[in-house]
Design a protein around this ligand. Sequence first.
Ligand code: FE2
Length: 194
Amino acid sequence: MVLRETVVRQEWWEVLRPPADLAHQCGLLVSEQQPEGVLKQPELRQLVQAIADQPDLWQPLVVEDESRRRYRLLYEDDRIDVWVLSWMPGQATGFHDHDHSEVALMCLQGTVMEKQMLLPSGVSKVEMPTGTIRSGGAGYIHAVNHHDGLPAVSLHAYSPPLIQVGQYVVNEEGILERQIQHGRRELMDHTIQI
Ligand SMILES: [Fe+2]
C-alpha cells in the first residue's frame, strides 16, 4: 500500500511575497492611519477595519488547508506588518506574546476564539465572530483558535513588525516556560490545556 503525502507544504515565497498590487493598496491605508513612526492600538484597529472594508485586498490570500493553519503576508515595511490567517477546525496557535509589538486582530470571515490566561488555573474565552476587533500592547499574551467557518479568516497587524514572539509551553516538570522564537515561524505548541 502506498501512503499519500497529505501535508501541503507552505513555501516561504508564497507566505512572504504578497501580490504587489495588494501590498501597494495596503501601504496607502497604512500611511493614511499614521504617516510615520510606529502605530499604536487605535491606529492598528482603524487599519484592520479599513482593510476589512476592502475584501479585494485580503480575499486573494485566503487558503483552505485542513492539514495546517495558513498565514500569508499582506504588507510589511520597517514599522508594521500585516497578515491574513486562514483557520480550519482544530487549528490553533497555543499561548504566545508578540514581544515588543502592539497588535490588532480582526475576524474577517467565520469565527475565531481568543483565549487569555486567568491565573492561577483559568482561561478567558472570547468568541470573535466576523467584524470583531481585539488589540493589545507589547507583552499581550493570548492564544487563538478556529471556532466556526471553512475557513475562518482573521487579519493581524503588528507594529513594530513581529520580529520575535514568546511561545508559552509547559516543560516535563510542569513548569511554565517562555520560548523565544522567530516571529514568522508557525506557532503550534498546545502543551497548556486550560
Ligand atoms: Fe498572537
